[in-house]
Every structure is written in C-alpha cells, then in structure tokens.
Design a protein around this ligand. Structure first.
Ligand SMILES: *Cc1c(COP(=O)(O)O)cnc(C)c1O
Length: 408
C-alpha cells in the first residue's frame, strides 16, 4: 500500500491529518474507487458532507449548469440564485432569516457574533461582558475562537491565547445549563448529538428542557447542526426529534451537496437583524454557484423520502451492529445514519479496526480513538447495509476472541 501519490501528498501537504493509506480517484453513490480500481463502500460520507452520495446526478447537473451561467460575483450585487435558495432553506427549517457562508466553522463564528451583538443591542448586556455557554466535548470547528472553547487539549495546545467569553458545562445536563446562566449570558451553543465528540446522544428530553430554560431566561438556544442536520439523524433536523425550534441554527456539510462548501447561520429576525452592512461577510458566501447547488440539495430532501430512508436504514444498521457478539464491543449509539460503535481500546484499537475495514472494502474513520463512525450516504439501500454488516462481522472475526476473553 505504498503509492507514489501517498508519498507526494505526504511530501507537500501539511501533516494535519493522518489519512488511511488509500488513494481515491472516483466516487459514485455510496461507492468509492481507489487508483487501482478497487471498490469501497463509503461509511464516512466526508464527515456527513456527502449525504446524497458521490456525484449525485441532479447535483452534478445543477453544478455544471450554474457554472456555465454565473458562479461568483460577491455579495456586492444581488444574484438570481441566492434569494430562492435562502427562501427554501428558511421555509424547510422554520427559521426567519439566513446568512450564507462556506464552511461550518464560518457559520459557527457567525452565530457567535450574532449572539454577542444581540446580547448588547437587544438583551442589554453591558459591553464586552457577554458570555456564551458551551458543552464539554463540543466540536464546532478549528478557528482560534472556536478551539478556545474546546475541551480537547490537542485542539488548543499551542494555539492560545484565547479571549474568553465562554463557559463550559457538562453535555446532556439541563440542570447545569440552568445553573450556569447569568444576566450576562447571550446564548447556549449545543450540538443535538455530539458528532466529533464520539457520536454522543444526550438523554431524551434534554433539548426540550434546554429550550424551556433558554426561553424562560431570555438566552438564545443555538443548535449546531452542521453534522446532524439535513436528514442525517433520521429527521430533517435533529431538533425535530424533540419538536423544538432553536433561536439560531447552524447548517453546513451536506448543504453543499457533497460538491461545494456551503453553510448558513439561520435565526429569528430580531437576532439576524443585528447585522448591518459591513458588520460581517464573506467573499464566497452565498455565491450563485453554491446557492444553486444547495437549492438542488435541499430539493432532494423536500418530500421527506430520503429522510425516512435514513431513519429506516439507521435502525437496520444499528440493529445489525448490536447483534454482533464480540468482547471488544462496548456499545452502539446514534440516531438515523449517524452511528458510533464504541470499542474497548485494550482489545481493539479503533484505528486498527478502520484499517481492517478498509482492507475488506469499507471506508470509515475512528473518532476519539475508541469509536468507529458509521455514517454512510443517506441514499444507501437495505441490501448495501446488509452487505456492510456482513463485512463488519467478518472484520470482527479477524480479531480472535479466545485470547481476549482471558484478558477481560
Ligand atoms: C464539521 C463541524 C463543524 C465545522 O465545519 P467545517 O466545514 O469543517 O468548518 C462545526 N460544527 C460541527 C458540529 C461539525 O461537525
């Protein structure tokens, strides 16, 4: 597995990732092919960015058509694509207004700026005093502000100083939220399911309790659904599992249809209206090409069929994983097609497990050393889920259990 392309990338690319040793050259639907033509099932979906599968024909058509019409003008001018995209986005999510950006990180940054300015202008928090409450184990991107409130040492080490203005509470604990709120609190930023944190699902009712607390205490509830949103959890939004609507909503990843970086911060009008011309922006944010592709991506979710399929295939995949009897399996969790398999690191390292999966034709990636992520494109079929389960069982069988039982 020593391709000259690996050596080339390793020579010139920063080593800020540790990729599996596979060189991909083509993708279609749930499938990826390496440079030698070997086929793999994609169980990563580029961290949920490829929810519609690789090179979805409708999305490629929207991309190529729009690329030939108009791509980037900056928001110094109006375009015939942006309003239409944001209207559909707001109507589908039930939010009033949207601010388009590119990466998830930028949309999170946008939400933080909106929350602070709202706190000063609308809530009446004294200048420079606003606080934003976040959860331990969060992941919201890699900007210096965002890593400043990460609880992951590696994300922070060497990148300070950090400005402050954030308060960290345990995830899944509504009482801790209630206790942390002060008159200076602008917002509570939370992932409905922690993705990079290890596919952590909070207790049932948690988000609904947070909604009630935030409403009563006049604190903005901002849900970071960059990873959980747009059907991934088996609902359009993971918030929909508890029937709540946040005051601010962050979307990204799948919004670009797996073709482009497209993100957005959505909010109530009184929150979004704190932005005036010149306050905030992005050269590429909301460009016509991104808007056209995102509109096409949203259109694929509109009738709800793909979301329902994600729910059913997710149940199938979780049930199959739970049926696997192996001493290294510590648990299976998740919603929809955002699934984590927790392994006992003393028995099987998640990285080694992913390497074996790769050898057997499934691509996935570990998160937090002990969790293997299973997040295939939402278009995966029932037969493909069965085929994947078959391979996963086979891979477990390559880790002999007799010796392990002695160890446990
Ligand atoms: C991936 C992710 C982000 C950051 O998105 P980028 O596009 O990588 O900047 C933010 N929040 C959550 C929950 C994510 O999973």
């Amino acid at each position: 597995m020593s391709s000259p392309r690996i050596a080339l990338e390793d020579r010139y690319c920063a080593h800020n990732y540790a990729p599996l040793p596979v060189v991909l050259s083509r993708g279609r639907g749930v499938w990826l092919w390496d440079e030698d033509g070997k086929r793999y099932m994609d169980m990563m979906s580029a961290y949920s960015a490829v929810s519609f599968g690789h090179s979805h024909p409708a999305l490629v058509a929207a991309l190529t058509h729009q690329a030939g019409q108009l791509a980037v003008t900056s928001r110094a001018f109006y375009s015939d694509q942006l309003g239409k995209f944001l209207q559909l986005l707001c109507e589908m999510t039930g939010m009033a207004k949207a601010l388009p950006m590119n990466s998830g990180t930028e949309a999170v940054e946008t939400s933080l700026k909106a929350a602070r300015k709202w706190a000063y202008q609308v809530k009446g928090v004294p200048d420079q005093q606003a606080q934003i409450i976040v959860c331990a184990g969060n992941f919201a991107g890699r900007s210096t502000t965002i890593v400043g409130f990460s609880s992951e040492a590696q994300y922070r080490d060497g990148f300070g100083p950090f400005d402050g203005g954030f308060v960290t509470i345990p995830y899944g604990d509504a009482a801790a939220l209630e206790a942390a709120i002060t008159s200076r609190t602008a917002a509570f930023l939370v992932e409905p399911i922690q993705g990079e944190g290890g596919i952590i699902v909070p207790p049932d009712g948690y988000l609904a309790q947070c909604r009630e607390i935030c409403t009563r205490r006049n604190v903005l509830l901002i849900c970071d659904e960059v990873q959980t949103g747009l059907g991934r959890s088996g609902r359009l939004l993971a918030c929909d599992h508890e029937g709540i609507r946040p005051d601010g909503l962050i979307l990204g990843k799948a919004l670009g249809g797996g073709l482009l970086p497209v993100s957005a911060f959505l909010a109530r009008s009184d929150v979004m209206d704190v932005f005036t011309p010149g306050d905030h922006g992005s050269t590429f944010g909301g460009n016509a090409l991104s808007a056209a592709v995102a509109y096409a991506a949203l259109s694929l979710l509109r009738d709800g069929e793909l979301i329902e399929a994600a729910e059913l295939r997710g149940q199938q995949l979780r049930a199959g994983l739970r049926a696997i009897r192996h001493p290294a399996v510590r648990g299976v969790r998740g919603k929809g097609l955002l699934i984590g398999l927790e392994l006992d690191p003393d028995l099987i390292s998640a990285r080694t497990f992913c390497e074996r999966l790769m050898e057997n034709g499934i691509l996935s990636k570990e998160t937090h050393h002990t969790v293997v992520r299973f997040a295939p494109p939402l278009i995966i079929s029932a037969d493909e889920v069965d085929a994947a389960l078959h391979i996963i069982e086979h891979v477990f069988a390559t880790f002999p259990t007799t010796h392990m039982e002695v160890c446990t």
